[in-house]
Design a protein around this ligand. Sequence first.
Ligand SMILES: NC(=O)c1ccc[n+]([C@@H]2O[C@H](COP(=O)([O-])OP(=O)(O)OC[C@H]3O[C@@H](n4cnc5c(N)ncnc54)[C@H](OP(=O)(O)O)[C@@H]3O)[C@@H](O)[C@H]2O)c1
Length: 322
Amino acid sequence: MSDVSNRKLIILTGANTGLGFEVLKQLLNQQVPYHIILAVRNIQQTETKIQSIVPSHQSVEIVKLDLSSLTSVKSFTQSILSRKPPLHINILILNAGVVKNTLTKTEDGFEHTFQVNHLSNIVLVHELLPRLIESGPGSRIILVNSRLHKPGVGTKEHGENRPIMDIENLDGSKMYSPLLFYRNSKLAQVFFGYQLDKLLNKKGEEERKVNVLIVEPGFCPTTELSREIGIFRQLFLRYILSWAPFARTSEQGGAVITYASTSSELQNKSGIYISQFCRIDKSSDESYEEDKQRFWWKTSCDLLGIEEDWSSLVFNQNEILD
Ligand SMILES: NC(=O)c1ccc[n+]([C@@H]2O[C@H](COP(=O)([O-])OP(=O)(O)OC[C@H]3O[C@@H](n4cnc5c(N)ncnc54)[C@H](OP(=O)(O)O)[C@@H]3O)[C@@H](O)[C@H]2O)c1
């Protein structure tokens, strides 16, 4: 591996396919020399896919990460944090995501979609935040979200097309629907993003070392996201709906994530939601409800056994006492 100390370091989850792979190609084509850590489940497949696309001025490495296992998440962060000399992370792109067609539990006992799309990302941020802060100001956390966290977007299931986050049904034991649990995981992610931004902003904008950007890539039906929904619906999505005027190509979807991750226009922006057209936009009205942001932050931390107060991760002792 080439010397990484003079390069901007990017961690990209879900880089082996779909939007993540598009983001990877776009980053590799930039002139800025990056070291990109591809955090993926399938090392072999990723190695084969990237073999011929890494130009000589870029540096890439692949590290195993399975977001459906907290043990895997912890060994991933350990492998990053234990490097000598220390790795300084500049951009953390949390892109990996899933829609589970049937109710599935992870080895940690959580509903699969909620853990992969939301809970495990909190652990990644919690563990890596001090390194992002050290590399700041200007470090970025990118949360790849979806318009489906908004009410009235997408098709109805059980008569509803909005997220309905129910603390009594986080495990799907009362009722499970793939799209609902996907919507919920994405709304939980927006709540988390805004609450995290508030913490990072506590000492004022000048003191903020890490920026949090939430991104919606738009409806990109040709990715693998629909892989579990049955062959006919998949064919419909890929070959019929991909012609719809509102559909976006994977390249276009990836470009929004790349823009949020690297554009200098967004250098000092944080706590913002970026639309599929690379514009600062509004997330759902519900996502701005501060009591819900606090509630789901606390609930998520409690579920993960993480201290709710992250001040000591962000500020030194003097800053905490200020
Ligand atoms: N496509 C759209 O229309 C759309 C719209 C809005 C938002 N998004 C969001 O965009 C992101 C990328 O989705 P996509 O459309 O590119 O779907 P995709 O083609 O299915 O890619 C999803 C990526 O996530 C990875 N992943 C899934 N489960 C994982 C796990 N347990 N551990 C580690 N990685 C895991 C997959 O790895 P494997 O290949 O190993 O499964 C894959 O690399 C997701 O967050 C999705 O919610 C997509």
